[in-house]
Design a protein around this ligand. Structure first.
Ligand SMILES: Cc1cc2nc3c(=O)[nH]c(=O)nc-3n(C[C@H](O)[C@H](O)[C@H](O)COP(=O)(O)OP(=O)(O)OC[C@H]3O[C@@H](n4cnc5c(N)ncnc54)[C@H](O)[C@@H]3O)c2cc1C
Length: 427
């Protein structure tokens, strides 16, 4: 038995084996031979999605390469590749992803299985960028699906939490390679709230970070641009003073509000740089944290953020990390939290060395009061009844799941509970 932990350290598992197959035959032998299977990408999910009591499979060494379509609008990519490896390979071929999130170690399969997204009022999550899958099912056979080929399986697989099988290759939409201009400045929260529509319409990507005890936000935009000057890949924001503030705050919680205001004052300058999109999008997040994120109807986003901040201040809650506020386009994926229209995403983080469970439970109620739906990979407490109420297509999703994996080989304890699947231990 081996020990596995996720990125934040909050999820542990004892799989019977950890596997790194290199070929389809090796992968099929593992899938057929094990009674329980989960696949892990980079292990960046905060929920116990990769936890298993069976075989835990990584596709990091699995065969495959990028195959570019003739019209250069889509590519097939190895599902287990990290987004870092994939985006560098695409750049070398003159291509870029349509959008990316904050970091890039996630695997393509892990990011698309969970609805991982960046920011952009008109841009959907990475799951919406998929247009085909090669999937190994529970019997070891690889099947392909797409909009016109096994369309039900395709619909379910576009955001599947890994419940249907092992994705070995994923087809995604791409764009000709582009550069981005990044601008970072501080703005008053009230001003951003008032001008949100205008600010978001002005650039392709807009987001901001706000500490709960500061009235100013760190406002960041990305806009396609011509190459301009030398570019050195590196972080959008210097994490050094922040790391120190987290350490001090964890030891002396009453100091947190003052530390946050000091940090904002010390970093008041604006910055600008231009670089290749695949290097501008991601940052290194080196300070470990725990995270909950809710996706709200766009119209409720700002009021809900303000309600969460007010709640934290009223209760004097010791929260060391800033909120992150982003925009995502609506979509039509069965299990996507963005399938009820354009979304505003609010991420609520806590320093990993500080308590978070009670704090997350309180703020989750604020997010739910704003009609929010959680990011599947981040902390939440949904019950099967919640899932069915929030996602009218849950029944269709579970029907496809049952048709391809009747023995629930790809389920684990968390997903069994979340979807109210029959529990093997009790059946
Ligand atoms: C520092 C940090 C920053 C983050 N930034 C963002 C962000 O900007 N935007 C955002 O939306 N999210 C963000 N996340 C969340 C993250 O994108 C998701 O948790 C994502 O799933 C992580 O990818 P992974 O490869 O680590 O997946 P894992 O956590 O390893 O797996 C996620 C799910 O995918 C399944 N899976 C993995 N590979 C396969 C496969 N080949 N076949 C079938 N199923 C598979 C797993 O079984 C599991 O259910 C962040 C997380 C961290 C820790």
């Amino acid at each position: 038995m081996s020990e596995w932990r996720n990125w934040s350290g909050s999820v542990a598992a004892q799989p019977t084996s950890m596997e790194r197959p290199r070929t389809t035959d090796e992968l099929a032998a593992i899938v057929i031979g094990a009674s329980k299977v989960r696949v892990v990408g980079a292990g960046h999910s905060f929920m116990p999605l990769c936890e298993t009591t069976g075989a835990l499979i990584s596709l990091s060494a699995y065969e495959g390469q990028v195959e570019i379509a003739e019209d250069r609008k889509t590519v097939w990519a190895p599902a287990g590749w990290g987004l870092d490896r994939l985006t560098a390979a695409l750049w070398a071929q003159g291509l870029s992803l349509i959008n990316q999130g904050d970091i890039n170690p996630q695997s393509l399969a892990g990011a698309t299985a969970t609805g991982t997204h960046g920011t952009g009022a008109e841009l959907g999550s990475l799951s919406t960028q998929t247009c085909g899958f090669r999937l190994m099912l529970a019997d070891g056979q690889v099947v392909e699906c797409g909009p016109d080929l096994r369309p039900e399986l395709y619909q379910a697989q576009r955001l599947s939490l890994g419940l249907l099988g092992v994705a070995v290759a994923i087809r995604i939409h791409v764009l000709p390679a582009y550069y981005l201009e990044e601008r970072i400045q501080q703005l008053p929260l009230d001003e951003v709230a008032e001008r949100l529509d205008e600010l978001s319409a002005a650039t392709r990507h807009m987001e901001f970070f706000v500490f709960p005890y500061s009235d100013k936000v760190i406002f960041k935009t990305l806009q396609p641009a011509a190459p301009d000057g030398d570019f050195k890949p590196g972080n959008d924001i210097d994490e050094t003073p922040f790391r120190l503030a987290c350490e001090i705050g964890a030891l002396a919680k009453p100091l947190i509000p003052t530390l946050q205001r000091l940090m904002m004052r010390a970093s008041a300058g604006a910055s600008r740089r231009v670089g290749p999109a695949y290097q501008i999008f991601p940052s290194d997040r080196t300070i470990r944290f725990e995270e909950m994120e809710y996706e709200l109807p766009r119209a409720n986003g700002m009021a809900t953020l303000k309600a969460a901040i007010a709640h934290i201040r009223k209760r004097r809650m010791p929260i060391a990390f800033p909120f992150e506020f982003r925009l995502t386009a609506g979509d039509d994926l069965w299990m996507s939290p963005f399938n009820n229209g354009p979304g505003a995403s609010i991420s609520f983080h806590q320093y990993a060395k500080m308590p978070w469970r009670g704090e997350f439970a309180e703020i989750e109620k604020v997010f739910q009061a704003g009609d929010g739906r959680p990011h599947w990979a981040k902390r939440h407490s949904l019950t099967p009844a919640d899932v069915h109420r929030l996602y009218p297509k849950t029944g269709d999703f579970l029907k496809v799941r049952a048709s391809v994996d009747p023995d629930r080989k790809f389920a684990n304890a968390h997903l069994t509970q979340l979807f109210g699947l029959p529990d093997a231990a009790r059946t």
